[in-house]
Ligand binder design. Structure first.
Ligand code: NDP
Ligand SMILES: N[C@@H](CCC(=O)N[C@@H](CSC=O)C(=O)NCC(=O)O)C(=O)O
Ligand code: ZN
Ligand code: ZN
Length: 378
């Protein structure tokens, strides 16, 4: 019997309050309204940003909510007026939508569609309401995706239809971490052949940056991390040299400058730490070096450097979702993966059952996981 038009009861990992583990609860998921899509979420990754919000560091964090933004699933039903996807389509939810019609979507200079941004930041759908309830309480959405639920409702603008043959337990990761790092190298920095690159933080995002730098023909890719366990795995993604700041007494920017005859062409911060953001900028080559901030820093944190660093030609940039215009790009990234032209499987270090989702957070904090993929129906 079709569930279309009905409220669905299913399981979700609910974040009732910051700094507390998620709890698996039965929730009710209302049918999609006009312009919305209800998705059966089969798999989800766990990104550091989920942990950042659960940890109470996100100024937009709003509880109780359903976190998660690296999902892969199948369209269960669509609301009135939805034409771009239909029941049965395989999809990846998108935390940066692409409406195609706003000033941002029409500009080739950005991927930051603003159509849903205000309501998304408030944890509700475009009409200002939530589709989730649990124990009689409304639950907030998160990043317009909420993939830690067996069923979620998202805007039509927030789904990418992907090929049916794409394994959803892998391509879910193209919903954030891999696309973000890879695109930061290719779209935001536009790394050139022969470039010297350095990457702070060798998690999934940092290693996806390395993959992009390698594809662009970088001559040296320096990985910087305080966890030496990351170094061996990082080689597979193209990292050619390793620096552990804990092995040095002098500032890391001096170490990098000595190693590179004055600094790097491109540096990437993939941690979310304002001190390493400064180090990454100051490790750029005078005159042309660019530093890309990808890491998300906690509420209240601010970056600083001597303005002279910018006067002498170093450039500070940021990158969200790797600069990809999401609905156009994610299906293409999936095809590239299916054509074996980019790595995705290699980012999956663990698979867990839904009830083990908190272990996925632990593995990330222990530095053991690049990505843990959670099966929501196991
Ligand atoms: N801008 C965007 O669009 C996106 C941003 N992000 C952000 O990117 C960042 C990285 O995400 P993700 O890859 O999932 O995170 P991970 O936690 O997997 O990776 C971060 C890595 O940085 C290491 N690290 C921590 N502190 C330092 C330090 N002081 N110096 C050097 N290395 C350090 C960690 O080591 P250890 O293993 O010991 O913890 C870990 O290896 C996060 O801030 C996340 O919120 C994520 C996705 C999209
Ligand atoms: N809500 C936070 C900002 C969080 C943030 O920067 N998110 C990134 C994606 S992180 C994915 O894992 C992003 O793309 N931001 C663009 C956006 O419009 O949110 C805060 O308020 O600090
Ligand atoms: Zn993420
Ligand atoms: Zn738009």
């Amino acid at each position: 019997m079709s569930s279309s038009g009905q409220t669905i009861k299913c399981k979700a990992a609910v974040a009732w309050e910051p700094k507390k583990p998620l709890t698996i609860e039965e929730i009710e998921v209302a049918p999609p309204k006009a312009g919305e899509v209800r998705i059966k979420v089969l798999y989800t990754g766990v990104c550091h940003t989920d942990s950042y919000t659960l940890g109470g560091h996100d100024p937009e964090g709003i509880f109780p909510c359903i976190l998660g933004h690296e999902g892969g699933g199948i369209v269960e039903s669509v609301g009135d007026g939805v034409t771009s996807v239909k029941e049965g389509d395989h999809v990846v939810p998108l935390y940066i939508p692409q409406c195609g019609d706003c000033k941002f979507c029409k500009s080739p200079k950005t991927n930051l569609c603003q159509r849903l941004r205000v309501t998304q930041g408030k944890g509700v759908m475009l009409d200002g309401t939530s589709r989730f309830t649990c124990k009689g309480k409304s639950l907030f959405h998160f990043m317009g995706t909420s993939t830690f639920a067996q069923y979620t409702v998202v805007s039509e603008f927030s789904v990418a239809k992907v090929k049916d043959e794409a394994p959803l337990d892998k391509v879910c990761l193209l919903g954030c971490g891999i696309s973000t790092g890879y695109g930061a190298a290719l779209n935001t920095a536009k790394v050139e052949e022969g470039s010297i690159c350095a990457i702070w933080g060798l998690g999934a995002v940092g290693l996806a940056v390395a993959m992009g730098c390698k594809e662009a023909g970088a001559s040296r890719i320096i990985g910087i991390d305080i966890n030496p366990d990351k170094f061996e795995v990082a080689k597979k993604f193209g990292v050619s040299e390793f620096v552990n700041p804990l092995d040095h007494t002098k500032p890391i920017q001096e170490v990098i400058a000595e190693m590179t005859d004055g600094g790097c062409d491109y540096t990437f911060e993939c941690i979310g730490n304002v001190k390493t953001m400064r180090a990454a900028l100051e490790s750029c080559h005078k005159g042309w070096g660019q530093s890309i901030i990808i890491g998300v820093a906690a509420a209240g944190q601010e970056i600083s450097t001597r303005p002279f660093q910018l006067v002498i030609g170093k450039v500070w940039k940021g990158s969200a979702f790797g600069g990809w215009k999401s609905r156009d790009s994610v299906p293409k990234l999936v095809e590239k993966y299916l054509d074996k032209k980019m790595m995705v499987d290699e980012f999956v270090t663990f698979n867990k059952k839904f009830e083990e989702i908190n272990i996925a957070f632990d593995l990330m904090h222990e530095g053991k996981a690049l990505r843990t993929v959670v099966n929501l129906f196991e």
